[in-house]
Design a protein around this ligand. Structure first.
Ligand code: ZN
Length: 408
């Protein structure tokens, strides 16, 4: 029995959850596409004789060796996507993990530690609004109560969605025992910028993840007729919303940070109706927490000022926050040592503006990340890509790392 190649795995997975209209992926937590991705993961585990399980928080695991032995070397990423996301963000790390294990076996390497491949559940938070739900729950950074309160736009709660998918929502919660068995977690990910393209390297090592968060802005005005309501009589929430978008751009530019309103819901969303409510989500990130605080505070102040001028009420709620992550030097140095011993050139070390499960879990276990070059830097969109040669280089680097960390 031979395990499916990288190309075969990639082609199989590429069919799951792809929207024919946009060419993007819609693999939202606990939907049919997500369940198909999970079935694919189990098939890959079985094709390689790996014992697989879904943990209490919906994360997938495939084990080579005895999990109870401890000091496991774990690699993987996630399979879910943002709305109309690209093919690589997440899946590249999972497919590469299986391919790297095949490469290890082909080399005849003998693991002396348990090895696991993982796919964390609901990393993107596309359906329930909070990113990295699976890893946050395991790390105790999201409580069962908080998770049970999460709702999708259509009103479905996270527990309802889990239950419908056959997963017990009452079992979720911190999982220190499982995390305690991990000696090292290495997540390979497509780069979500162009740093490696600029240095000319196919693979790089992560240094840090910027602090980032999501804030919900509810501008509440008064719904009315677009044809009969005098401008002076209107309490139109789109006006302060529009000013807030411009303020976000301005403040981010001033601070050398990032701020984006990428999601907005308008009620009642009729062409000839003045909206009653505009709900908009700010995603902001910066190199350090102080800059992030400055940007968000300034955007909120601008929103309040504009809302007051328009007779609109404003409520701002922070829905999620992830502090800055500096990946531990010990594991990072070890990866650099392993990889540089084989390549003879120094490995570029880059930071990430995007959050990852490895970042969440860095508070609980030693974690590190490898990035694979993305020639356009586009991510969270269908144009996200990586060259096949670079994917192969990523698999080889990951196999080198697993061999260096887990084999005799
Ligand atoms: Zn990702």
């Amino acid at each position: 029995m031979s395990a499916p190649s990288f190309q075969t795995m990639w082609a199989e997975l590429a069919r799951v959850g792809k929207d024919p209209g946009t060419g993007g992926y819609r693999r939202y937590a606990w939907t049919g596409a997500d369940l198909d991705c999970r079935a694919w993961f189990r098939d890959q585990a079985e094709a390689r004789g790996l014992r697989h399980e879904t943990d209490r928080n919906g994360n997938l695991w495939a084990w080579l060796g005895d999990p109870e032995a401890g000091d496991a070397v774990v690699t993987g990423s996630h399979l879910d996507s943002v709305p109309d996301g690209g093919a690589f963000d997440g899946p590249l790390g999972v497919v590469s993990a299986f391919a790297a294990l095949d490469e290890l076996r082909a080399r005849g390497a003998r693991p002396v530690k348990p090895l696991a491949i993982t796919a964390f559940g609901d990393e993107e938070g596309a359906r329930f609004g909070v990113a990295c739900v699976g890893s946050r729950l395991s790390a105790g950074q999201l409580t069962r109560e908080q998770a049970h309160a999460l709702r999708a736009a259509d009103g479905t709660s996270l527990p309802q969605a889990m239950e419908a998918a056959g997963q017990d929502p009452d079992a979720i919660g911190a999982d220190p025992e499982r995390l305690g068995r991990i000696g090292a977690l290495v997540e390979l990910h497509v780069e979500q910028g162009r740093a490696l393209d600029l240095t000319g390297d196919p693979v790089g090592l992560a240094s840090a993840i910027w602090p980032h968060g999501r804030w919900r802005f509810d501008f509440r005005g008064e719904g009315n007729h677009a044809g009969t309501t005098r401008l002076a009589d209107r309490r139109d929430p789109t006006l302060p919303y529009a000013e807030t978008v411009l303020a976000a751009r301005r403040e981010a530019q001033l601070a050398g940070a990032l701020a984006t309103f990428g999601k907005v819901l308008v009620q009642p969303n009729g062409v000839n109706a003045i909206p009653s409510l505009v709900s908009a989500w700010l995603d902001s990130r910066a190199a350090d927490p102080a800059s992030l605080d400055t940007v968000v505070a300034a955007v909120e102040a601008a929103a309040r000022e504009a809302a007051t001028r328009s007779g609109v009420e404003l409520a701002v709620v922070r829905e999620s926050f992830t502090p800055s992550v500096e990946f531990g030097h010990a594991l990072r140095d070890e990866l650099a040592r392993i990889l540089e011993a084989r390549s003879a050139t120094p490995l570029p070390v880059i930071d990430s503006g995007a959050g990852h499960d490895a970042g969440i879990l860095s508070a609980s276990v030693p974690t590190a990340m490898l990035f694979v070059r993305n020639p356009t830097g586009v991510s969270h969109a269908p144009a996200e890509t990586a060259a096949e040669d670079d994917c192969v280089a990523g698999v080889r680097a990951l196999a080198d790392v697993l061999e260096g960390l887990a084999c005799a």
